[in-house]
Design a binder for this molecule. Sequence first.
Ligand code: FPP
Length: 252
Amino acid sequence: MKGDFDSKLLSRVDKNKLPRHVAIIMDGNGRWASIRGLLRSAGHTAGVKTLKKILTLAVNLELEALTVYAFSTENWKRPHAEVDFLMHLFSEYIEREKMEMHENNVRIKFIGRLEEFSAGIRKQIFDATELMKNNSGVKFNIAANYGGQDEIVRAAQSLAEKISAGKIFPQEITSEVFENELDTKNQPPVDLLIRTGGDFRISNFLLWQSAYAEFWFTKTNFPEFSQEEFIDALVDFGNRERKFGALNENKK
Ligand code: FPP
């Protein structure tokens, strides 16, 4: 994983202008496959290969956090065969990749309603997370059975329970206290949100964390999303002016 890229790519980015947290909606696997007369599952398999290339760059660029949308709370509505295939792919991916990720100091975390996965996958998730829990490199979050609204509701429920147990007063709830209940607690907010596949939607992904994110959309279907295009997005991010709701100093 460490050296698996063209080193010229890294020279295109200014390390001081990198996002701390990049999130990716990996869309377009199905379309990539149908255009080629392949089954949708082939698109997901190809997507996993792309994901590895992107994680490799994230490791080498020393990004602080990378979060990818692998399975939404709505994805259960897809045909059984596709859901089963995705589950099989997760399981295979974790087993195949976890040692290499660990050797590259990656800290994996799964975010979402994990209790709805099979016991087998939950065990794999637990083991991979334990293996990497003390690593200090890229925080690699895989959103699985994840929905942004669902995450916010779970946080609200947890705070309500703390209030009814007398552990906290309602007026003590601040944005920081709320953030501590989210799946991404102790991680920086999303700076750059990338969506492949040509749609311009957030699709219930990291709603709270993306409050001030910069968006970057591409028509490229995820299996064809290259390391070059990922760098394009990072370079573009570096050239943007971020205001976080304030006036720009030079334009006052
Ligand atoms: C969206 O493409 C993609 C998904 C619902 C799943 C994303 C999964 C992967 C990239 C691979 C599995 C990930 C891991 C972590 C092992 P789509 O099927 O909605 O494409 P379409 O919009 O063209 O139909």
